[in-house]
Design a protein around this ligand. Structure first.
Ligand SMILES: [Zn+2]
Length: 460
């Protein structure tokens, strides 16, 4: 049996692992490469997509599911296995991804036409997404063993990362020998609203674990909520607006959930709240149809009301509605994408509010190097938005306890339940962080760790 990391090795995006047994060829995730690694999406798959029997999808973030339509376009006709929310969320995420790719292509085409060059075509189209959705044929609940073949069985367990997220536990018999393999997918941060905490895993022989925050500790979620309230009070008491760049999936719903709590506690100042993202609006609606995946607390709220609804909350789906927010100069909390400020409606809101010292800009997600968000956090006094110079005068808050990823403590705690694995493979992280994480695991748990190279063959 062997595993080949085809994405997500020594990198944080493009998650994709090929597992080959005597009987089956299985993929775990097939994510999009993003940011600096974007061009890797155009490299051919290092395997024949036609030969894959199953694709097990851990969750609906595009860095885990975003290349599935491409895989289907290249001939994959196997079965896709996931939880029900993962399937439905993937549909929304992939349709949105194909739309964004097409729009970027159209913009590039306009610019390049003048030079006589042709832009790279989109990776896939809406049609490919719809075809891919037809292959989501096996929906599994957590903790129900499913036989993939005579000698291979699968268990999905709750990863506590986003709604419906799972990690993968595979049992493979080779002769009379049993080998147990864990793929962590993305593991959640404890004590977050809506989702449960990650389930402790069962003992395993080999573990592939994500290392996004393997080198650091998050602030507690309670502290982060208070910081968010401070940021809101700062701007609203000065007749300014609050801008929250946010991911559409999970983060936007968490913010609404927390704002509703503030409102019910009588701590939210009078304001209008705008959820200014068609994708986030669709996802929020979908969240209310899967309360069975909530944690106990959120489920209790759900029995009485919609956990994401509060007075003066406006869903601005249409472009015209979004533009109308530009004339609101005070008393607004605006939640819009993209979370990394690399596009989307949030840029318009920044143009209208970033130069005003009575406003606040609240980062609730990681801002990688090179992004506009990072430049603002690093204290640049002026930035360019749509080719225009804008002064950074709003008060900038960076709140890290909203992260959907476990920190070092959370990852080590999860790993401590795996018994005594023969080998732990660190994946889905930046190399420097993985080295720190690897030392921490070896010191605290005594497990042997490796950091696999992309496309290396790992014999198990
Ligand atoms: Zn994720």
């Amino acid at each position: 049996m062997k595993v080949v990391p085809c994405g997500g090795a020594k990198g944080v995006t493009g998650s994709c692992f090929l597992l080959e047994t005597d009987e089956l060829r299985i993929l775990i995730d097939c994510g999009l490469f993003q940011g600096a690694d974007e061009l890797k999406n155009y490299q051919p798959f290092p395997f024949d997509p036609k030969s894959i029997d199953y694709l097990i999808l851990t969750h609906a973030h595009v860095d885990h599911c975003g290349r599935i339509p491409l895989l289907v376009r290249e001939g994959f006709r196997g079965k896709i296995i996931s939880t029900r929310p993962t399937e439905k969320l993937s549909r929304l995420m992939l349709l949105d991804a194909s739309k964004v790719m097409y729009e970027n292509y159209k913009t590039a085409l306009k610019k390049l036409q003048r030079t006589g060059k042709a832009p790279t075509p989109p990776l896939y189209e809406e049609y490919d997404v719809l075809e891919a959705m037809e292959l989501f044929t096996i929906r599994l609940p957590y903790n129900e063993e499913f036989k993939l073949s005579r000698r291979v069985s699968l268990l999905l367990k709750d990863a506590g990362h986003i709604l419906g997220s799972s990690y993968v536990y595979l049992k493979v018999y080779e002769g009379s020998k049993l080998k147990r393999i864990l793929f962590s997918g993305d593991l959640g941060n404890k004590n977050k609203p809506i989702v449960k905490d990650p389930e402790p895993p069962e003992p395993a022989d080999y573990v592939f674990i994500e290392s996004t925050y393997g080198d650091r500790r998050h602030k507690s979620f309670e502290e982060s909520k208070e910081e968010l309230l401070q940021a809101i009070n700062y701007a609203l008491s000065r007749d300014g607006n609050v801008i929250i760049p946010s991911y559409a999936l999970e983060r936007a719903q968490e913010i609404l959930y927390v704002l509703r709590e503030f409102y019910e506690q009588g701590r939210l100042p009078r304001c209008s709240i705008y959820l200014d993202s068609p994708l986030a609006i669709a996802i929020t609606k979908l969240f209310t149809s899967h309360p069975e995946f909530y944690d106990r607390e959120a489920y209790k709220v759900f029995l009485e009301k919609n956990p994401f609804e509060l007075p003066n909350l406006y869903y601005t789906k249409e472009v015209e509605e979004s533009k109308a927010i530009n004339s609101v100069s005070s008393g607004a909390i605006i939640i819009a994408g993209s979370g990394m400020l690399d596009g989307g409606r949030v840029l318009h809101h920044l143009k209208y509010n970033l130069w005003r010292e009575e406003c606040s800009l609240v980062f609730v997600g990681y801002q990688p190097r090179g992004t506009l968000g990072r430049k603002i956090i690093d204290g640049e006094e002026k930035v360019r938005i749509f080719g225009e110079e804008v002064a950074v005068r709003a008060k900038v808050y960076t709140i890290n306890g909203f992260s959907s990823h476990a920190d070092q403590e959370g990852l080590i705690d999860w790993l401590s339940h795996t018994g005594n694995p023969k080998r732990v493979f660190l994946v889905h992280g930046e190399e420097e962080k993985m080295k720190t994480f690897s030392r921490a695991i070896e010191e605290r748990l005594g497990f042997r760790c490796s950091i696999p190279e992309p496309f290396s063959q790992i014999d198990l």
